[in-house]
Design a protein around this ligand. Structure first.
Ligand code: ZN
Length: 348
């Protein structure tokens, strides 16, 4: 009996000791992790070498998601599986081609570019495109820049007073197309032509052959969905097929990068300039757009002017120094998370 109670007391004492030790450790734990006054380092992903922007003109976000869910866009699916799919909103200008591609390729709003819509526009002032920004940052000879475009007028480079091919006949361009100045700065401009995906894709791969070991920033623009949407409507089989064709070319361009050993050094961003009016042949009000990328640093959606900011920041360019000031921000997790020192925290 006595032995048993001694044993019982011993067990109780040991138990109490271990419980109190545990509490003591818990009480010490916060003190050990207390803020030391040094902010945590910014969570900045390392910059990437190359960015390939691929434009699918006039692709409605909801229709794209329907095709994606139905498994009809396997190459876009593979891209998103590596990175992300984000929603992008258009605000401050028309939901049309000129203003969309101008904003995507500059990061500026129309008050800076002068491109408000397909009817109210001017050449983008020299030096403002992301291609010229890359040249300014890395040196003109250290980065290869190119635009291969699938439309005439709205993504054109014809300057004021020059002849251009209109929808029906040749005419004189009055105002100057958005890329009149940009064209002169690029290593490759291949546009001002109305053509479908196979021709654009072939032109893009032959232009990319000229990269020659440099880092590159490129835009390849496919116009098929917009044209099929205007001709047959947003809910037509033709519109869907045009998006599927764009997906096939995404696969071919990604494969080209893999064959050249460039895929791992390149982030692909697939974007559109505007959506499409539901079940219609127009995009009068179609601000719901999107960004699909294999870049897993991209973690949020935003405004259309954020796309250019994202591209430049991912290439390691400091957008905080740009003039005029950039309205957008990079859609990545790069904000330093700074904890307040304990003394500065409000007391409860
Ligand atoms: Zn259109």
């Amino acid at each position: 009996m006595y032995r048993r109670s001694v044993f019982f007391i011993l067990v109780c004492v040991l138990g109490l000791l271990s419980v109190s030790a545990c509490f003591a450790q818990q009480a010490q734990a916060p003190a050990q992790q207390a803020f030391t006054g040094t902010p945590r380092a910014p969570i900045s992903p390392p910059p990437v070498e190359n960015v390939l922007l691929i434009g699918w003109d006039g692709v409605q976000r909801h229709h794209l998601l329907e095709l994606l869910i139905a498994g009809r866009l396997p190459n876009l699916r593979a891209l998103i599986d590596e990175g992300s799919f984000e929603t992008i909103a258009v605000a401050g200008h028309a939901t049309d081609t000129k203003s969309g591609w101008t904003q995507i390729t500059t990061g500026y709003d129309p008050d800076v570019t002068g491109v408000y819509s397909n009817g109210r526009y001017q050449p983008i002032p020299a030096g403002l495109s992301i291609f010229e920004r890359a040249q300014q940052a890395f040196g003109r000879d250290n980065v290869f820049t190119m635009m291969v475009m699938g439309k005439t007028a709205h993504t054109g480079s014809v300057c004021a007073g020059e002849p251009m091919r209109g929808p029906k006949k040749e005419q004189i361009e009055k105002l100057g197309q958005p890329f009149c100045n940009t064209r002169k700065a690029l290593d490759v401009w291949d546009g001002d032509k109305q053509r479908d995906a196979p021709e654009v894709g072939a032109a893009a791969t032959s232009a990319l052959e000229k990269v020659g070991g440099k880092r590159f920033l490129a835009l390849v623009h496919f116009s098929d969905p917009d044209h099929r949407g205007h001709a047959s409507g947003e809910n037509s089989a033709e519109y869907e097929q045009a998006i599927v064709t764009c997906d096939e070319w995404l696969g071919k361009l990604a494969q080209w990068l893999k064959d050249k050993g460039l895929y791992d050094k390149t982030r692909i961003c697939v974007v559109t300039d505007h959506g499409f009016d539901e079940d219609a042949k127009s995009h009068r009000y179609a601000p719901r757009t999107w960004l699909a990328t294999n870049d897993n640093a991209v973690i949020m959606g935003g405004h259309m002017h954020d796309i250019a900011a994202t591209v430049l920041v991912r290439m390691g360019i400091d957008i905080s120094k740009l003039e005029p000031a950039y309205p957008g921000r990079a859609l990545i997790d790069a904000q330093p998370f700074i904890r307040q020192p304990a003394a500065a925290r409000p007391t409860m």
